[in-house]
Design a protein around this ligand. Structure first.
Ligand code: SAM
Length: 228
Protein backbone atom coordinates (compact mmCIF):
# COMPACT_ATOMS: atom_id res chain seq x y z
CA UNK A 1 0.00 0.00 0.00
CA UNK A 2 1.27 3.43 -0.91
CA UNK A 3 0.69 6.42 1.40
CA UNK A 4 1.31 9.86 -0.06
CA UNK A 5 1.42 12.54 2.61
CA UNK A 6 1.13 16.21 1.75
CA UNK A 7 2.29 18.40 4.61
CA UNK A 8 4.21 21.53 5.51
CA UNK A 9 6.22 19.54 8.06
CA UNK A 10 7.51 16.31 6.48
CA UNK A 11 10.20 16.08 9.19
CA UNK A 12 7.49 15.26 11.75
CA UNK A 13 7.05 11.83 10.15
CA UNK A 14 10.68 10.77 10.22
CA UNK A 15 10.96 9.21 13.67
CA UNK A 16 7.45 7.78 13.45
CA UNK A 17 8.35 5.96 10.21
CA UNK A 18 11.71 4.81 11.55
CA UNK A 19 10.35 2.90 14.56
CA UNK A 20 8.65 -0.40 15.39
CA UNK A 21 5.74 -1.67 13.27
CA UNK A 22 6.08 1.11 10.71
CA UNK A 23 9.76 0.61 9.95
CA UNK A 24 9.24 -3.17 9.71
CA UNK A 25 6.29 -2.73 7.34
CA UNK A 26 8.41 -0.47 5.12
CA UNK A 27 11.37 -2.85 5.24
CA UNK A 28 9.16 -5.80 4.27
CA UNK A 29 7.70 -3.70 1.45
CA UNK A 30 4.15 -4.02 2.78
CA UNK A 31 3.86 -0.26 2.65
CA UNK A 32 5.59 2.66 1.02
CA UNK A 33 5.34 6.21 2.36
CA UNK A 34 6.09 9.26 0.21
CA UNK A 35 6.29 12.69 1.80
CA UNK A 36 5.52 15.84 -0.19
CA UNK A 37 6.20 19.33 1.13
CA UNK A 38 3.30 21.58 0.12
CA UNK A 39 5.69 24.54 0.24
CA UNK A 40 7.43 23.21 -2.87
CA UNK A 41 4.31 24.21 -4.82
CA UNK A 42 4.28 27.82 -3.58
CA UNK A 43 5.28 29.84 -6.61
CA UNK A 44 5.56 33.24 -4.91
CA UNK A 45 8.96 34.75 -4.11
CA UNK A 46 8.99 33.85 -0.39
CA UNK A 47 7.31 30.44 -0.78
CA UNK A 48 4.39 31.62 1.29
CA UNK A 49 1.70 28.99 1.74
CA UNK A 50 -0.70 30.98 3.93
CA UNK A 51 -2.35 34.38 4.03
CA UNK A 52 -4.70 36.28 6.32
CA UNK A 53 -8.40 35.53 5.96
CA UNK A 54 -10.62 37.73 3.79
CA UNK A 55 -13.08 39.58 6.00
CA UNK A 56 -10.56 39.71 8.86
CA UNK A 57 -10.14 37.46 11.86
CA UNK A 58 -7.29 35.72 13.65
CA UNK A 59 -4.61 33.50 12.14
CA UNK A 60 -3.71 32.48 8.65
CA UNK A 61 -5.42 30.31 6.04
CA UNK A 62 -3.73 27.78 3.73
CA UNK A 63 -3.67 29.10 0.19
CA UNK A 64 -5.62 27.41 -2.59
CA UNK A 65 -2.99 28.19 -5.25
CA UNK A 66 -0.31 26.01 -3.68
CA UNK A 67 -2.39 23.21 -2.09
CA UNK A 68 -4.43 22.44 -5.23
CA UNK A 69 -1.42 22.17 -7.62
CA UNK A 70 0.40 20.05 -5.02
CA UNK A 71 -2.44 17.54 -4.67
CA UNK A 72 -3.15 17.47 -8.41
CA UNK A 73 0.46 16.71 -9.27
CA UNK A 74 0.88 14.06 -6.58
CA UNK A 75 -2.44 12.49 -7.57
CA UNK A 76 -1.60 12.13 -11.23
CA UNK A 77 1.85 10.61 -10.54
CA UNK A 78 0.55 7.19 -9.62
CA UNK A 79 -0.89 4.07 -11.21
CA UNK A 80 -3.96 4.11 -8.95
CA UNK A 81 -5.91 7.33 -8.46
CA UNK A 82 -6.30 6.33 -4.78
CA UNK A 83 -8.42 7.84 -2.01
CA UNK A 84 -7.78 11.46 -1.12
CA UNK A 85 -8.35 12.21 2.58
CA UNK A 86 -8.25 15.75 3.94
CA UNK A 87 -7.60 15.92 7.69
CA UNK A 88 -9.92 18.43 9.31
CA UNK A 89 -11.81 18.65 12.62
CA UNK A 90 -14.90 19.43 10.52
CA UNK A 91 -14.79 16.10 8.70
CA UNK A 92 -16.60 12.82 9.22
CA UNK A 93 -15.54 11.24 12.51
CA UNK A 94 -13.10 8.45 11.64
CA UNK A 95 -13.85 4.97 13.01
CA UNK A 96 -12.77 1.33 12.68
CA UNK A 97 -15.25 0.71 9.88
CA UNK A 98 -13.48 3.43 7.82
CA UNK A 99 -10.14 1.85 8.71
CA UNK A 100 -11.29 -1.53 7.37
CA UNK A 101 -12.41 0.10 4.10
CA UNK A 102 -9.11 1.93 3.67
CA UNK A 103 -7.11 -1.24 4.34
CA UNK A 104 -8.44 -2.57 1.00
CA UNK A 105 -6.96 0.33 -0.97
CA UNK A 106 -3.67 0.38 -2.89
CA UNK A 107 -3.03 4.11 -2.55
CA UNK A 108 -4.08 6.64 0.10
CA UNK A 109 -3.36 10.35 -0.14
CA UNK A 110 -3.40 12.32 3.12
CA UNK A 111 -3.63 16.10 3.04
CA UNK A 112 -2.55 17.79 6.29
CA UNK A 113 -3.74 21.27 7.21
CA UNK A 114 -2.10 23.86 9.47
CA UNK A 115 -2.82 27.31 10.92
CA UNK A 116 -6.55 28.15 10.74
CA UNK A 117 -7.12 25.46 8.11
CA UNK A 118 -7.82 25.33 4.38
CA UNK A 119 -9.24 27.92 1.97
CA UNK A 120 -12.75 26.59 1.25
CA UNK A 121 -12.05 26.36 -2.49
CA UNK A 122 -9.52 23.58 -1.87
CA UNK A 123 -12.37 21.22 -0.94
CA UNK A 124 -14.60 22.51 -3.71
CA UNK A 125 -11.97 21.77 -6.35
CA UNK A 126 -10.41 18.55 -5.03
CA UNK A 127 -13.54 16.98 -3.50
CA UNK A 128 -11.57 15.05 -0.86
CA UNK A 129 -13.08 12.85 1.83
CA UNK A 130 -12.92 15.07 4.89
CA UNK A 131 -11.85 13.12 7.97
CA UNK A 132 -11.73 14.11 11.63
CA UNK A 133 -10.02 11.94 14.23
CA UNK A 134 -12.15 13.34 17.06
CA UNK A 135 -13.99 16.32 18.43
CA UNK A 136 -10.99 18.37 19.46
CA UNK A 137 -8.62 20.65 17.58
CA UNK A 138 -4.99 19.77 16.88
CA UNK A 139 -2.34 22.21 15.69
CA UNK A 140 -1.99 20.39 12.41
CA UNK A 141 -3.09 17.41 10.36
CA UNK A 142 0.19 15.52 10.75
CA UNK A 143 -0.71 13.75 14.00
CA UNK A 144 -4.14 12.96 12.57
CA UNK A 145 -2.55 11.54 9.39
CA UNK A 146 -0.28 9.35 11.52
CA UNK A 147 -3.30 8.10 13.47
CA UNK A 148 -5.09 7.16 10.24
CA UNK A 149 -2.02 5.45 8.81
CA UNK A 150 -1.27 3.64 12.03
CA UNK A 151 -4.78 2.18 12.25
CA UNK A 152 -4.84 1.11 8.58
CA UNK A 153 -1.39 -0.47 8.62
CA UNK A 154 -2.39 -2.85 11.45
CA UNK A 155 -4.85 -4.50 9.07
CA UNK A 156 -2.46 -5.07 6.17
CA UNK A 157 -1.57 -8.78 6.05
CA UNK A 158 2.00 -9.47 7.14
CA UNK A 159 2.42 -6.23 9.08
CA UNK A 160 1.66 -7.44 12.61
CA UNK A 161 3.61 -10.37 14.00
CA UNK A 162 0.48 -12.31 14.91
CA UNK A 163 -2.15 -12.33 12.17
CA UNK A 164 -4.93 -12.72 14.71
CA UNK A 165 -4.05 -9.89 17.00
CA UNK A 166 -5.85 -7.19 15.02
CA UNK A 167 -8.99 -9.29 14.47
CA UNK A 168 -9.52 -9.53 18.23
CA UNK A 169 -9.13 -5.79 18.83
CA UNK A 170 -11.93 -3.64 20.19
CA UNK A 171 -14.23 -2.41 17.35
CA UNK A 172 -12.76 -4.83 14.79
CA UNK A 173 -14.91 -6.19 11.94
CA UNK A 174 -18.19 -4.77 13.11
CA UNK A 175 -17.46 -6.00 16.63
CA UNK A 176 -19.58 -3.79 18.90
CA UNK A 177 -17.66 -4.80 21.99
CA UNK A 178 -14.48 -3.61 23.64
CA UNK A 179 -11.80 -6.20 24.18
CA UNK A 180 -11.87 -7.61 27.72
CA UNK A 181 -9.08 -7.48 30.33
CA UNK A 182 -5.71 -9.10 29.60
CA UNK A 183 -3.05 -10.44 31.94
CA UNK A 184 0.53 -11.63 31.71
CA UNK A 185 3.27 -12.64 34.15
CA UNK A 186 3.60 -12.35 37.15
CA UNK A 187 0.64 -14.36 38.36
CA UNK A 188 0.26 -12.21 41.46
CA UNK A 189 1.28 -8.57 41.92
CA UNK A 190 0.62 -6.47 45.03
CA UNK A 191 -2.10 -8.87 46.05
CA UNK A 192 -3.83 -8.76 42.65
CA UNK A 193 -4.22 -12.26 41.18
CA UNK A 194 -4.76 -13.31 37.58
CA UNK A 195 -8.32 -14.78 37.31
CA UNK A 196 -8.21 -18.53 37.92
CA UNK A 197 -10.06 -19.39 34.70
CA UNK A 198 -7.11 -18.14 32.60
CA UNK A 199 -4.73 -20.54 34.35
CA UNK A 200 -6.74 -23.73 34.02
CA UNK A 201 -6.10 -24.36 30.32
CA UNK A 202 -9.78 -25.00 29.46
CA UNK A 203 -10.10 -23.10 26.17
CA UNK A 204 -13.88 -23.36 26.01
CA UNK A 205 -14.20 -21.81 29.46
CA UNK A 206 -11.62 -19.16 28.62
CA UNK A 207 -13.50 -18.10 25.46
CA UNK A 208 -16.76 -17.89 27.36
CA UNK A 209 -15.15 -15.85 30.16
CA UNK A 210 -13.56 -13.49 27.64
CA UNK A 211 -16.87 -12.98 25.85
CA UNK A 212 -18.63 -12.20 29.15
CA UNK A 213 -15.89 -9.77 30.22
CA UNK A 214 -16.03 -8.06 26.85
CA UNK A 215 -19.80 -7.47 27.11
CA UNK A 216 -19.51 -6.36 30.73
CA UNK A 217 -16.70 -3.91 29.98
CA UNK A 218 -18.57 -2.45 27.01
CA UNK A 219 -21.76 -2.04 29.08
CA UNK A 220 -19.81 -0.16 31.77
CA UNK A 221 -17.48 1.95 29.64
CA UNK A 222 -19.19 2.43 26.29
CA UNK A 223 -22.92 1.66 26.56
CA UNK A 224 -23.41 3.79 23.42
CA UNK A 225 -21.80 0.98 21.38
CA UNK A 226 -24.51 -1.43 22.49
CA UNK A 227 -27.29 1.05 21.65
CA UNK A 228 -26.09 1.57 18.09
C1 SAM B 1 -5.80 24.48 14.18
S1 SAM B 1 -6.52 23.37 13.05
C2 SAM B 1 -7.69 24.38 12.21
C3 SAM B 1 -9.05 24.36 12.82
C4 SAM B 1 -10.06 25.22 12.10
N1 SAM B 1 -9.83 26.60 12.34
C5 SAM B 1 -11.46 24.84 12.56
O1 SAM B 1 -11.96 25.42 13.51
O2 SAM B 1 -12.05 23.91 11.98
C6 SAM B 1 -5.26 23.14 11.84
C7 SAM B 1 -5.27 21.83 11.11
O3 SAM B 1 -5.10 20.76 12.01
C8 SAM B 1 -5.75 19.60 11.52
N2 SAM B 1 -6.68 19.11 12.55
C9 SAM B 1 -6.98 19.73 13.71
N3 SAM B 1 -7.84 19.01 14.44
C10 SAM B 1 -8.10 17.88 13.72
C11 SAM B 1 -8.93 16.75 13.95
N4 SAM B 1 -9.67 16.63 15.04
N5 SAM B 1 -8.96 15.78 13.00
C12 SAM B 1 -8.22 15.90 11.88
N6 SAM B 1 -7.42 16.96 11.61
C13 SAM B 1 -7.35 17.94 12.52
C14 SAM B 1 -6.44 19.99 10.22
O4 SAM B 1 -5.64 19.58 9.14
C15 SAM B 1 -6.51 21.51 10.34
O5 SAM B 1 -6.55 22.11 9.07
Amino acid sequence: MLFEIMTLFPGMFESYLAESVLSRAIERKRIEVRLHNIRDWAENKHHKVDASPYGGGPGMVLKVDCVVPCVEEVRKNGKESGRLLMLTPQGKRFNQHDVEGLAQEKRILLLCGRYEGFDERISQILQPEEISIGDYVLNGGEVAAMAVMDAVIRLIPGVLGDEFSSSLDSFSRGNRFLEGPQYTRPREYRGLEVPEVLLEGNHGKISLWRAEMSVERTRKRRPDLLDS
